[in-house]
Ligand binder design. Structure first.
Ligand SMILES: Nc1nc2c([nH]c(=O)n2[C@@H]2O[C@H](COP(=O)(O)OP(=O)(O)OP(=O)(O)O)[C@@H](O)[C@H]2O)c(=O)[nH]1
Length: 127
């Protein structure tokens, strides 16, 4: 199973950053929470901070880990491990993604999310 971390980056207005995968990536044009695969000998937290710097050019601070979701795609099974984060430094530059959006809670469910992310969105929205 591939362990993947992802960031729910929340701003002062309680909006969350969603990133759209590019046409060239797997799951093209699906929306996801930015992040990536944990490398050998890396903690989930270090992976997340590294991936967000690589993909979005920003520094984030982790506030909280949420329950992970195990999802089986036709070609692989992933454990997606979400963290609530704050953007603490830098301007967003998209290094891999096609697009990004800051979304209010009531807008989140309208996106075409990667399948593994859907339960995470629901869990985040649950009071
Ligand atoms: N980063 C991230 N990956 C996700 C999410 N949801 C989801 O299914 N994934 C999948 O988990 C894997 C994460 O790998 P990655 O983002 O490091 O992708 P990568 O460039 O190394 O691999 P790739 O060649 O599959 O694109 C991808 O296959 C991606 O499709 C998500 O919310 N964030």
């Amino acid at each position: 199973m591939i362990k993947v971390t992802c960031a729910l980056i929340v701003d002062e207005q309680d909006r969350v950053l969603a990133a759209q995968r590019s046409k060239k990536m797997s799951l093209p044009l699906k929306w996801e929470f930015p992040g990536g695969k944990i490398e050998p000998n890396e903690t989930a937290e270090n992976c997340l901070v590294r991936e967000i710097k690589e993909e979005l050019n920003i520094e984030v601070q982790i506030s909280k880990e949420l329950p992970s979701n195990i999802h089986t795609y036709p070609k692989m099974t992933i454990e997606l491990i979400p963290f609530i984060c704050k953007h603490i430094n830098g301007d967003i530059i998209l290094r891999e993604h096609a697009n990004f959006q800051w979304l209010c809670k009531n807008e989140l469910l309208a996106l075409d999310w990667a399948d593994a992310d859907v339960p995470i969105v629901y869990r985040y929205l649950k009071p």
